[in-house]
Design a protein around this ligand. Structure first.
Ligand code: FES
Ligand SMILES: [Fe+2]
Length: 399
């Protein structure tokens, strides 16, 4: 065991509900190992988009803790996931983060796998060697309306309720037929829980994100949306356009469509759409935002003209890899239908601000003076939920 179970158990017992976690959870290498096992090794994780692998033979690799996994689209069009580990002596097979391959060939002794994971060739092995029992180890993978979710556990939690509840909300946005206008990857010097806590609350938004708050509403004060008459009218208008509004909530997953502030139609600096061609079957595009978020590692917003997706992987106790993607209509042409700087400006600015907030939070949490602090029940409902969810998963893993 790479971590001391009794120490983690003791600190879980000391944890005060409604408060931030004890310091070790945010910075101790042993607790990082625990998170890789208890959370990232067992839960469903957001892992990208179908259009990351637009054609058969496309692949992407992801590094989740110590494990590299490869997602690959085979000739049958289906996307599958495997541990990126050769069944011969364990070498890593795919080296790049993204590419095209006809076969998965291990660079060590050239064992060769099909894109369905089957071992096709293993030169020099005895004639009676059973190739069929040496295929790549699969991981569980689900595609929902163009988004990809994976689980590394042998027996994953039931994904069917999420798929069933979420698909009708996301499907009209047609992410499977969209195009990636821009993507960025950054390393934040902060524990993944600080990255996600920061991404889950908007208590800091008025002070730290003046640009975002021109269009982001003050919603969730213990709720998913306000009770104002305008909210009811918004929901009715969306439903009339064939866009369900939710909320749909299931074990660490949440999806909810809400109106933007002050009549804004998109997440841009002036609240006006950044892309002339709308994304998906979204009527006039004045549809607020469908926000969806999965614990432990992602959130996203789909507005009428684009979708923004954010997800992360823990790299170390105080280091997190963050992915961001901006997705638009597949026929939208840069320069003609949208200006890339205008499209990306709001979330890029917001994420630059958040990067500083996360790293600053980590610096303060590392202090000898750090003590667990109280969340605001009014403004940090989602963080109380997040840490409760985390503690529940942690206890489950230790039971
Ligand atoms: S380790 Fe892959 S072929 Fe030998
Ligand atoms: Fe923020």
């Amino acid at each position: 065991m790479r971590y001391d179970v009794s120490r983690i158990r003791a600190l879980l017992e000391q944890r005060k509900p409604g408060h931030t976690l004890p310091q070790a959870f945010y910075r101790d290498p042993e607790f990082h190992e625990f998170d890789l096992d208890a959370i990232f090794g067992r839960r469903w994780l957001f892992a990208g988009l179908e259009i990351d692998l637009p054609k058969p033979t496309g692949y992407v690799t992801l590094k989740i803790g110590r494990s590299s996994v490869v997602l690959v689209r085979a000739a049958d069009g289906q996307i599958r996931g495997f541990f990126n580990t050769c069944r011969h002596r364990g070498a890593e097979i795919c080296q790049e983060t993204q590419g095209r391959v006809g076969r998965l060939v291990c660079p060590y002794h050239q064992w060769t796998y099909g894109l369905d994971g089957q071992l096709l060739a293993a030169g020099g092995m005895p004639a009676d060697f059973d190739k069929s029992s040496h295929g790549l180890k699969p991981i569980h993978l689900e595609v929902v309306a163009g988004t990809i979710f994976i689980c590394l556990a042998d027996s994953p939690p039931d994904f069917a309720p999420i798929k069933e509840g979420f698909e009708p909300l996301l499907a009209p946005h047609q992410l499977a037929e969209a195009k990636i206008a821009h993507e960025a990857t950054i390393v934040e010097k902060g524990n993944w829980k600080l990255v996600m806590e920061n991404a889950r609350e908007c208590y800091h938004c008025h002070a730290r994100h003046p640009e975002l708050m021109k269009c982001f509403p003050d919603i969730p004060k213990k709720k998913h949306r306000t009770d104002e008459p305008a909210t009811t009218a918004f929901i009715e208008a969306c439903e009339a356009k064939g866009l369900p509004t939710g909320p749909f909530i299931h074990e660490g997953f949440e999806a909810n469509r809400f109106a933007l502030r002050g009549g804004a139609r998109s997440f841009t600096l002036d609240g006006q759409p950044a892309v002339k061609k709308l994304l998906g079957n979204v009527g006039d595009g004045n549809i607020g935002s469908l926000r969806f978020a999965l614990d432990p590692n992602s959130f996203a917003h789909a507005v009428g003209d684009y979708a923004f997706l954010f997800w992360c992987w823990p790299k170390g106790p105080e280091e997190t890899l963050v992915h961001m993607k901006w997705v638009v209509n597949k026929d939208a042409v840069e320069g003609a239908d949208y200006d890339l700087a205008r499209l990306t400006q709001l979330w890029q600015t917001t994420n630059d601000q958040d990067l500083w907030l996360v790293e600053n939070n980590q610096r303060g949490v590392n202090s000898e003076g750090y003590q667990s602090g109280p969340y605001s029940p009014e403004n940090e409902r989602t963080l109380i939920q997040f840490t409760d969810w985390y503690v529940t998963q942690a206890r489950r893993a230790l039971s």
